[in-house]
Design a protein around this ligand. Structure first.
Ligand code: NAD
Ligand code: TDX
Length: 340
């Protein structure tokens, strides 16, 4: 197949490209990425010379950006992805996540190609008990989640109106190598290494359902090959943790690996003001995907966290460059200070 992958220089997109290159070495990949603050070609330094791989720097919002390119499927990862940023400024989220997706849907309509939209469990809002199913109501609570829900509805509209081969995946929280250090797991690891305070929002009892990024990549691949046009597939590992337990687990793994006193790292935990509109709990039921495609998660959480801590310890150059120098020009002041 020939795949047009958007947002391939980000966290999940770069892991997905690496996965495809090894699972389907005969596939052609075009990676279209604007290289915002979150996009980094270093994430793909071991892939750039692979047969069939090419990169285009470009904005998914630009009309005609795909002119002259040929492919069989669009795998759409590109997005503004950080909830806290969407609370500070929702405009880039509306632009990229909604208008950018519609621009790509038009391309899928013209070409009659597959459109696989990578969405999120956050579109369902928060749930106290039980699980989200594909037909659960959309009740997004942050501007980020609302922009993703809007884009999901545009995919639905293009399927119904123009009969495009659109599919949607809605995945829970990802973790693993190459995640940008504004997200909780890398933030905790780096602040522990730097002995900086670790900000935990509110009472730390918010629950997230964590999945290893490569398991998510395998799920997207399963939907690409075995999914049905017009369908939605939830992706998750049924692996719920409170933020407080998550942070403690990461700190004890990090202490082990740095050979330092666990209590020294635990004392860095600092409870701070809660995130506005902070969703209390996400929980995904992935049964439909499992039944339809045979996919199931492979990574045990403790092993995945251990591998992730190892990766950040071993890749200091990668994250030091991100939190210093030119990269900081991309941040608003609040984020620049936070990531230093
Ligand atoms: P990320 O922020 O790490 O990467 C986003 C990528 O998109 C970057 O490379 C960036 O340069 C690119 N991009 C942004 N705007 C663009 C534009 N206008 N044109 C072209 N490229 C642009 O995000 P991520 O965590 O890798 O998430 C990827 C996708 O998966 C997103 O759609 C997100 O909503 C979804 N998702 C993420 C998670 C998670 O836990 N991280 C969970 C479920 C779903
Ligand atoms: O400093 C922090 N302190 C803290 O307590 C940060 C950055 C986060 N948190 C909390 C908020 C959440 O309850 O940790 C939890 C996880 O936060 P994030 O890593 O920002 O992820 P989340 O808001 O859950 O969203 C993520 O998962 C779903 C991704 O960023 C989204 O792109 C994806 O759709």
């Amino acid at each position: 197949m020939r795949l047009l992958i958007t947002g391939g220089a980000g966290f999940i997109g770069s892991n997905y490209i690496r996965y495809i290159l090894s699972a389907h070495p005969d596939y052609e990949i075009i990676n279209l990425d604007k290289l915002t603050y979150a996009g980094n070609l270093e994430n793909l330094s071991d892939c750039e010379n692979a047969d069939g791989y090419s990169f285009i720097k470009g904005d998914i919002c630009e009309r005609g950006i795909l002119d002259g390119l040929e492919f069989d499927a669009i795998i759409h990862f590109a997005a503004e992805s950080h909830v806290d940023r969407s609370i500070l400024d929702a405009q880039p989220f509306l632009q990229t996540n909604v208008a950018g997706t519609v621009n790509l849907l038009e391309e899928a309509r013209k070409r009659n190609c597959i459109f696989l939209h990578v969405s999120t469990d956050e579109v369902y809002g928060s749930i106290d008990q039980g699980f989200f199913y594909e037909n659960s109501p959309l009740q997004p609570n942050s501007p980020y989640a609302a922009s993703k829900a809007s884009s999901d509805l545009m995919v639905r509209a293009y399927v119904k109106t123009h009969n495009i081969k659109g599919m949607i995946t809605r995945c829970s929280n990802n973790y693993g190598p190459l995640q940008f250090p504004e997200k909780i797991i890398p933030l905790v690891i780096l602040n522990a290494i730097k002995r900086k305070p670790i900000p935990v929002y509110g009472d730390g009892m918010n629950v997230r359902d964590w999945i290893y990024v490569v398991d998510h990549c395998r799920a997207v691949d399963a939907v690409l090959h075995k999914g049905e046009a017009g369908e939605i597939y939830n992706v998750g590992s049924k692996n719920e943790l409170t933020n407080s337990d998550l942070v403690k687990l990461i700190l004890s793994k990090t202490a082990e690996k740095l050979d330092c006193d666990k209590n020294e790292l635990l004392s860095l935990i600092t409870f701070v003001e809660d995130r506005k509109g902070h969703d209390r709990r996400y929980a995904i039921d992935p049964a439909k995907l499992q039944e339809k495609t045979g996919w199931k998660p492979e990574m045990e959480f403790e092993d995945g966290i251990s591998a992730t801590v190892d990766w950040y310890i071993a890749n200091k150059q990668w994250w030091e460059r991100i939190v210093s120098g030119d990269y900081l020009n991309y941040y608003n002041t609040q984020y620049a200070e936070r990531l230093k």
